[in-house]
Design a binder for this molecule. Structure first.
Ligand code: MN
Ligand code: MN
Length: 466
């Protein structure tokens, strides 16, 4: 729809029907975002959406034919979902791939400690955060604790009506002189991100004379009573501290949504919804890939750097051909193409020096295509091919997608990456395409409703292309 000329007024050109579709889409997304506050919860929500649309576990499927809808996961975190196309999988698939982990603060394996009558959870932050943004605001605790016998307890405290919230304290401005003289990084050391959990000692009837730290004991008593877990069970727990609260409309014109975890659940949801909304059988097999661990480098069994994606393609090929040959899988991977579904930075007029003039995403100009990410001369980038971009221009324009092109930011201002390069190693065409954000990686990120909707439209157009 542009690609060169930005159309901030695109939002005023939408038809009445499209405006309604946009509002319905945004309300579905904000519901999802308010629930999917961790990668495990994002996975569970995704499975709900898929099963409601008739997707079945791939492991329960013996053969595959065009139109079949299947999914598989790794460890309840990373998800692969596909609609089998008219052409065989060996001819290549179309992937929309994003991630569902988001920057946050994790508990240490031995988190509970007491200092001067306050019980804290000791933490280790996850992903690239500006630490000062995470103090003095209401926080929630989400996650799973696994007991030695394998039974699990899900914990979610801070968002239900009547729930308490938690907080990391900051020094008052009256005594902030010493802090103010430091650089931001030094002023907010990661080791100081300790979460206040309780301040009252254990009641007398539950006391244990052998334990000196009575507030800590109080917390342990509460954990035992309400969650049936012990301090040792916290060793095998994944508890994540995230902002408390659900997404909100933002601005007098309500054009924006602020919420925790737009990066990258805004693109993950767009991909899921685009897949679920495909009518009929697509020409090529349509795949949504939602990864974990992107924010710490795509490592680990549930990250994009694992063999999950190629194993999933092998599973499809095996069921479709009733034989298995490694070369067929290799050919399928190489012939595939992908939209790397991740957010990008929108131009922030308050920080113009970070932007690349004329080559930066702006709000309300649609989904943004980023040809290359990386840093210092495109280092570490998947630099998408001109031929692939030309084909996508045709696909998006024909489908009425409002989209723009952008760079990550001003040359040498910094840098970053997505899962694009992990997929491009198979030889497939990959380009980054996602929703522009302000406040990326802050507890509350900002996106334009219009751009969120256009991201969905772009992914759907890609899946449905001939
Ligand atoms: Mn991201
Ligand atoms: Mn990120």
């Amino acid at each position: 729809m542009n690609g060169v000329v930005k159309r901030e007024d695109a939002v005023n050109r939408l038809s009445t029907d499209e405006r309604k579709a946009l509002n319905d889409y945004v309300s579905a997304y904000t519901n999802y975002l308010g629930v999917a506050k961790t990668e495990r919860r994002a996975y569970a929500e995704a499975v709900k959406i898929l099963e409601a649309r008739g997707f079945k576990l791939l492991a329960d499927t013996k053969t595959l034919k065009p139109g079949d809808k299947v999914y598989r996961g790794y460890h309840g975190k990373t998800l692969f979902a596909a609609i089998i196309g008219e052409e065989p999988v060996s001819a290549g698939v179309r992937v929309v791939g994003g991630h569902t982990d988001a920057p946050r603060i994790d508990l240490k394996p031995v988190p509970l400690c007491e200092k001067n009558g306050i019980a804290y959870f000791d933490t280790h932050y996850y992903g690239g955060i500006k630490k000062f943004q995470w103090v003095a605001l209401p926080l929630a605790i989400y996650g799973t604790a696994v007991r030695k016998d394998g039974t699990k307890v899900d914990i979610a405290i801070g968002d239900k009506p009547g729930d308490p919230v938690f907080m990391i304290s900051d020094i008052l401005p009256h005594f902030g002189q010493e802090q103010g003289a430091k650089t931001l990084n030094d002023a907010f050391p990661g080791e100081n991100l300790d979460l206040i959990i309780a301040t009252t000692p254990c009641p007398k009837d539950k006391d244990d004379d052998s334990v000196k730290e009575k507030v800590k004991l109080h917390v342990l008593r509460i954990l035992a009573e309400e969650y049936k877990i012990t301090e040792q069970d916290l060793v095998s727990a994944e508890l994540e501290i995230v902002p408390a609260g659900t997404p909100r409309e933002m601005g007098l014109d309500r054009s924006l949504i602020t919420g925790y975890g737009h990066d990258d659940r805004i693109c993950a949801f767009a991909g899921l919804k685009a897949l679920a909304d495909i009518e009929g059988t697509p020409a090529k097999t349509a795949v949504v890939l939602l990864c974990d661990k992107e924010e710490i480098g795509s490592v680990g069994a549930t990250g994009m750097d694992s063999t999950f994606f190629e194993n999933s393609i092998a599973e499809l090929v095996f069921r479709q051909r009733k034989d298995y040959s490694d070369i067929v899988v290799r050919r399928a991977l190489e012939a595939s193409e992908m939209l790397s579904a991740d957010v990008c930075a929108a131009h922030d007029p308050l920080f113009p020096n970070a932007s690349s003039p004329g080559n930066m995403a702006i709000f309300n100009a649609g989904a943004c295509m980023i040809k290359y990410t990386g840093a210092r001369g495109k280092g570490g980038a998947n630099d998408a091919s001109a031929e692939f971009i030309a084909r996508l221009r045709e696909v998006f324009d024909a489908a009425g997608v409002v989209w723009q092109v952008g760079e990550l930011g001003r040359v040498d201002a910094g840098g970053g990456g997505t899962i694009a390069l992990f997929m491009s190693r198979y030889g497939m065409n990959v380009v980054d395409m996602g929703t522009p954000l302000l406040n990326m990686h802050a507890p509350w990120e900002i996106a334009s409703k219009h751009d969120a909707y256009m991201t969905y439209k772009a992914y759907k157009a890609f899946f449905c292309a001939k």
